[in-house]
Design a protein around this ligand. Structure first.
Ligand SMILES: *Cc1c(COP(=O)(O)O)cnc(C)c1O
Length: 345
């Protein structure tokens, strides 16, 4: 597959804005910097941040086993996803495919970018309908969004099905791995080099505990990353975010311990919920949340609010009738949840 032919026409020839920090890179050098109209009065943020986030990428490359040239960082995964639309989808001509019920941003971004959305629902086991997906694609199908582990169904998709899709889809396959750190399954990162049309997104918002700093990660071939680099806003990752991310990425033990605790809590919560009579089903989870089917989701949602607990009501999503999505909290938060659920029985 030649990925270059999938790009939008204007993107093929576009030239990146060249910022001051692109033209003279070594901001740590002992030089007098009078090139960017910054304030000279020192604070930790009076200078523009590194537009290539070199130090954060170096640490990520080390942790994830990829090269820094295979990484692009965004202001949350949401910015990364938006860049993909802008790189590959010609408005009012191209289309993208999603597999509902899934993460809501794919359809929001399709609409925002005037790109047709083809929805191929998951089957009753919350797995992709591979044949239907491949039958629905046409020569204008540019992106296929596979969220695995999937939000809100919590499961990882069958690896053979995903592989089939990567091989047979004639556009870019985007695997959203926002919840990969909570999964029994392996990341597709180890196979990135095999597939030129594969893009993997991850984020520091969930397992890394940094939703507030907005840092999304895109892994792809050097070619795709070079294209995205040309169209991203030059200083899209601010200095405070880069500093905080680096600090956290240097403390992986802390991250791993938190993940371990959440996985243990997920197991405990599953067990406790099984004893509640109006909970009809607890779906298998590879994420930091549980999807549960109850007798009446609207009523249970309201009752929980009255007890001071906010969960996500997903009853309007396809295949999720009467389903609530429960994020795994701290041990005491989870105890509160179980107590409240028991009291309204
Ligand atoms: C939470 C979530 C994200 C994270 O998005 P950010 O913009 O990085 O915070 C991405 N994808 C899915 C499926 C999610 O549930």
């Amino acid at each position: 597959m030649n990925v270059e032919t999938l790009l939008r026409k204007n993107i093929k020839t576009i030239r990146a804005y060249s910022s001051a920090r692109d033209e003279y890179k070594d901001a740590s050098a002992d030089m007098v910097f009078l090139d960017a109209n910054e304030s000279p009065f020192k604070s930790n943020v009076n200078r523009y941040p590194d537009p290539q986030q070199t130090r954060v990428k170096e640490r990520l490359a080390e942790i994830k086993g990829v090269s820094t040239s295979q990484i692009l960082l965004g202001n949350g995964s949401d910015e990364v996803l938006d860049l993909l639309f802008r790189a590959f989808c010609e408005p009012n001509i191209d289309n993208v495919i999603t597999l509902p019920p899934t993460y809501g941003m794919y359809s929001v971004l399709a609409e925002l970018n005037s790109v047709e959305l083809i929805k191929i629902p998951l089957n009753a086991d919350f797995e992709p309908n591979v044949d239907d997906i491949l039958k629905s694609q046409n020569k204008s199908s540019k992106l296929l969004f596979i969220c695995s582990p999937n939000n809100p169904t919590a499961n990882s998709f069958d690896a053979d099905k995903i592989e089939k899709l990567i091989k047979a889809f004639n556009g870019i396959v985007v695997i959203d791995e926002a919840y990969i750190d909570f999964s029994r399954g392996e990341s597709w990162l180890s196979r990135l080099d095999e597939f030129p049309n594969l893009i993997i997104t991850q984020t520091l918002s969930k397992a890394y505990g940094l939703a507030g700093i907005r840092l999304g990660i895109c892994f792809a071939s050097e070619f795709i990353i070079s294209v995205l680099n040309k169209i991203k806003p030059p200083y899209n990752i601010n200095q405070l975010t880069q500093d905080k991310a680096l600090e956290r990425l240097r403390n992986l033990d802390e991250v791993r311990n938190e993940i371990k605790l959440l996985l243990l809590e997920r197991e405990n919560l599953e067990e406790a919920l099984a004893a509640i009579s109006y909970i009809k089903e607890i779906y298998k989870s590879d994420a930091n949340f549980l999807l549960v089917k109850v007798d009446d989701a609207d009523q249970r949602y309201r009752q929980l609010i009255q007890k001071g607990i906010v969960v996500r009501n997903r009853t309007k999503e396809p295949l999720c009738e009467n389903c609530l999505r429960l994020t795994i909290g701290t041990p005491s938060e989870n105890r509160n949840l179980v107590n409240a659920l028991t009291e309204i029985e």
